[in-house]
Design a protein around this ligand. Structure first.
Ligand SMILES: NC(=O)c1ccc[n+]([C@@H]2O[C@H](COP(=O)([O-])OP(=O)(O)OC[C@H]3O[C@@H](n4cnc5c(N)ncnc54)[C@H](OP(=O)(O)O)[C@@H]3O)[C@@H](O)[C@H]2O)c1
Length: 157
């Protein structure tokens, strides 16, 4: 099963040029990310890898990049994310960023989306998904540090 996990602002933005603008402000979302992905495998694009100081603990950290460079310890190279996702027997969490989401969206079975109610002036966006996925469930709203958000699960139509 290929699942995406992402947090989106009110314009489906996921990051600006400096990273995730709401970083550190929505701890329940961080807990949910950890609870869902711990013990499993998370795939990240090279852009996110560059920002990531350490591998995510207790998970396989797969890095999608066409660059055949040596990655830091704890990260595993995936040179063709599409081929990898099509061939693997494992459950994979695709964790972003925007480039990796865009290049693999059609291979996703489910989308675990955190939907924030504010516009954070992002410059990187989640790809358009509403035509090919349908909303399966939605949590009650949570408000932390003035940001209200819900957890949604979308499944492939
Ligand atoms: N809000 C959220 O939920 C969330 C989640 C994760 C990350 N982010 C943020 O997103 C930002 C990064 O996004 P980004 O779009 O700049 O970069 P990205 O998606 O992390 O990385 C893009 C790179 O990944 C590689 N890649 C993408 N598709 C591939 C494929 N099919 N096969 C092999 N390699 C592939 C390519 O690397 P090469 O050019 O090296 O080949 C591409 O240039 C960061 O600021 C991060 O904090 C947000």
């Amino acid at each position: 099963m290929v699942r995406f996990i992402a947090a989106l602002d009110s314009k489906n933005g996921i990051a600006d040029d400096h990273g995730i603008p709401w970083q550190g402000k929505i701890p329940t979302d961080v807990q949910q990310f950890r609870a869902k992905t711990e013990g499993g495998a998370v795939m990240m694009g090279y852009g996110w890898y560059v920002e990531q100081q350490q591998p995510l603990p207790s998970r396989r950290n797969l890095v999608a990049t066409s660059k055949p460079e040596k990655l830091r310890e704890g990260f595993e190279l995936v040179t063709d994310a599409r081929q990898f996702l099509q061939q693997t027997q494992d459950d994979i969490w695709v964790g972003g960023g925007a480039g990796l989401f865009a290049s693999t969206l059609d291979l996703a079975d489910e989308l675990y989306l955190t939907r924030l109610d504010k516009d954070f002036n992002c410059t990187k966006f989640f790809p358009k998904f509403e035509d090919t996925f349908m909303l399966q469930s939605q949590s009650q709203p949570i408000t932390e540090n003035g940001i209200t958000y819900t957890f949604q699960v979308w499944v492939k139509k």
